[in-house]
Write a protein that binds this ligand. Structure first.
Ligand code: CA
Ligand code: CA
Length: 145
């Protein structure tokens, strides 16, 4: 069993959850007002978002979502991977990217999920708290395994 203590209060946490990426909303332009594919004429100007997931503070990406072409409202509805309770406390990082093909991408923004989680939880990570950059929100669902 692992536990986390904060200001003298300790919470025990165990278990493992699947992270389902439901959908998101991203900005139609970069912070400087340019189209995401301004220099990539083959791909259309609207972003082609996908999400790369990993543990906060670690170098490696654990997995990526499908790419949704030419949209600011991507609908994914897919499992991005499984994480333990301890990993959620460390933090799960969602990098939102605009693919340019051939492994190239623009980083649109990132959202961080951090803390003790509960099973079956729907979560909205918003630009007003958990997300930075050109990401308005990411909606995820945590399913206990
Ligand atoms: Ca691009
Ligand atoms: Ca595009």
């Amino acid at each position: 069993m692992t536990q986390m203590c904060e200001q003298g209060q300790c919470v025990a946490f165990v278990g493992q959850w699947s992270v389902w990426l439901v959908k998101g909303q991203v900005d139609s332009t970069t912070s400087s007002g340019e189209a995401w594919d301004l220099y990539n004429p083959f791909a259309g100007e609207a972003p082609d978002p996908y999400v790369a997931i990993g543990i906060l503070g670690e170098t490696f990406i654990d997995g990526t979502s499908e790419t949704v072409d030419d949209t600011t409202s991507p609908l994914w509805n897919e499992n991005l991977g499984d994480y333990t309770a301890a990993e959620f406390v460390q933090g799960i990082l969602f990098n939102v990217r605009d693919t340019d093909g051939g492994g190239l991408f623009n980083l649109m923004g990132r959202c961080t999920l951090r803390g003790v989680v509960q099973a079956g939880t729907w979560m909205l990570m918003r630009s007003t708290g958990d997300c930075v950059g050109a990401v308005e929100f990411l909606e995820i669902r945590l399913v206990e395994r």
